[in-house]
Design a protein around this ligand. Structure first.
Ligand SMILES: [Zn+2]
Length: 194
């Protein structure tokens, strides 16, 4: 996935940061700072990162939308979420795992750890989405369509479609899942097709 937050180097130590209820950084660990220094002007220090917005680091619309949904969900359910992703290089396949943990007052901790590391060999690099490929989200509940007639919540959907291993995400579009169709369109008088 094209996302600076997932491009840590080296990945041997967990990269950890915490966001406040408004998605501003309130804490970043040394590993994160090493990454930031390698990718940003040298004057970038913890002080300048703390207080800045997560959204300054995620540029593309699709990734940003998925992260917003994940954060929304974790703050609403207060349950942990674990998402697999890749932080590959040209020569190495690096399987990572990102754990999102909710705390009080909208604070969320995101911690990424290395799960496995291997030489790429002949293994192809993560794929780019096809231009015609669409990622369908339910407008009502934000579930993801994972296949013909199949829907899953955001966490399961990301896993099933292996979205965070992709170098670019498919274009987002919205629809309605069968459960929401039943709930929201049931009460409408006959003949009202939506
Ligand atoms: Zn729905």
């Amino acid at each position: 996935m094209v996302d600076v937050l997932n491009r840590m180097d080296p990945p041997s130590e967990p990269c950890l940061y915490r966001l406040d209820a408004h998605d501003a950084f309130v804490f970043v660990n040394t590993q994160w700072l090493m990454f930031a220094r390698a990718n940003q002007p040298p004057e970038t220090a913890q002080q300048s990162l703390v207080g800045s917005s997560l959204w300054d680091f995620i540029r593309d619309r699709e990734t940003s939308h998925i992260y917003r949904l994940l954060l929304q969900r974790i703050r609403a359910t207060r349950g942990r979420i674990t998402i697999p992703f890749h932080a590959d290089t040209a020569n190495q396949v690096r399987e990572m795992e990102m754990e999102l943990i909710p705390f009080a007052e909208g604070l969320v901790q995101l911690r990424s750890t290395l799960v496995s590391l291997r030489d790429r060999g002949d293994e192809p690099e993560g794929r780019h989405a096809d231009p015609s490929e669409l990622l369908i989200l339910c407008s009502w509940c934000s579930n993801i369509c994972t296949g013909e007639g199949k829907w899953a919540d955001i966490e399961v959907g990301i896993r099933e479609l292996d979205l965070f291993s992709m170098r670019t995400l498919p274009q987002l579009t919205h629809g309605i899942c069968p459960s929401c169709r039943d709930i929201y369109l049931k009460g409408l008088p006959e003949g009202n097709d939506i």
